[in-house]
Write a new protein. Structure first.
Lengths: 196, 196
DNA sequence: CGATTTCTGTACCGATTAGTAAATAACTTT
DNA sequence: AAAGTTATTTACTAATCGGTACAGAAATCG
């Protein structure tokens, strides 16, 4: 054990609380009192442990994105590209039912439109969304190589389309759409999947 | 002409400037100095003329939504439901090219995730998005009645799907997607349109 | 003309923002 | 036990937030 007074709170639990606040209120909509109250710590502890508001957000985002990427990769790892995107869309619809998590996707809710201060955060989220789209594109490229997607298909167009649908689902979710509503959206979106 | 000192700025022009600020920065991301600077007026004039920040937003939103609804209704008024949604999606893709307007849709960008203060605004935007979805649903119902959509189709599911795609396109647009990128999305989305 | 009305500009308000200085408390190390 | 290290607490800072009081300016009304 390291020297000095041990911290009285759990790092991961506190970060998780912060994540949930940012997730539901967005970066700009979250105040430091919001954070300290949810995390159960006071301000200097927050600053000493996590840097500042922006760094705290980035740490929370990192945790969210790591978990998120893991699930994405697992979900995309299906025998066929169609099966992969099917599981992804329905997974998102069903995941929206979870009452423990805020609605929607942090990469969308976090900082979509914002003032100058939050611009770097906004851009970081754009990059992360791009990364997710790229993962999907690669899965579709594999699908073309595997022969389960027609070779004339544009993998990047298709990936952009499904990324778009998922972002839209995030909005629908915060707007009060039920998991069943979202399953309907997923079903429609799958009708766009290219077939020979 | 009414008594008293005439105002030195143009009401509509100032409101339009305010709209553009809210549109690009969101409700919470917009500060009063942002507004007064863009509108070319000082604070007391803003309050005397438009109420307060929230009322100003609502007035700007009203103007945006009126214009938006007009275009939506015009666009949906096509001979076939497919033609209507086709024109709507491509119109959105091409509209994103306009350098005068901020990227994305105000109904999405305005207040997606926010703190307590902005919650009423957020809810108002949810209602407006719902209204747009309803207009689309009605067009699809007409399409079913007209016989150009298979009668087994769920108009509400289909409307929710295309609303979802459009919201997603708004996000793609702020994320830097080009009109061409969005046209690709539109093309994919149209593949989901029900056929006999 | 004077009186009235309405807008503009400056200068302010209290509240809240993100961030910190300094004292104390709790631990390890020597 | 003393010294060194780190965390917690309270209290604070400067800046910004949304909103306003008040005085002067510019018009119409009588």
């Amino acid at each position: 054990m390291s020297a000095g007074r041990p911290r009285e709170f759990n790092f991961d639990a506190a970060l998780d609380r912060a994540l949930h606040v940012f997730w539901s209120k967005g970066y700009e909509g979250t105040s430091l009192p919001d954070l300290t109250e949810a995390m159960g710590i006071n301000r200097p502890s927050l600053y000493a442990t996590f840097g500042n508001k922006e760094e705290l957000f980035r740490k929370a985002l990192e945790r969210y994105a790591a978990e998120s990427k893991k699930r994405l990769d697992e979900t995309l790892d299906q025998p066929t590209a169609y099966g992969a995107i099917e599981k992804l869309l329905y997974g998102m619809a069903d995941g929206s039912a979870c009452p423990k998590s805020p609605k929607g996707c942090l990469l969308v809710q976090g900082a979509l439109a914002c003032g100058e201060d939050a611009q770097p955060i906004k851009e970081e989220l754009v990059r992360r969304r791009q990364a997710a789209e790229t993962a999907m594109r690669r899965r579709f490229e594999r699908g073309i190589a595997d022969g389960d997607i027609p070779p004339t298909t544009s993998a990047s167009d298709l990936a952009r389309f499904y990324a778009t649908v998922m972002h839209g689902m995030s909005i629908q979710s915060t707007g009060g759409a039920s998991p069943d509503d979202l399953r309907g959206v997923a079903q429609c979106a799958l009708m766009a999947f290219p077939r020979k």
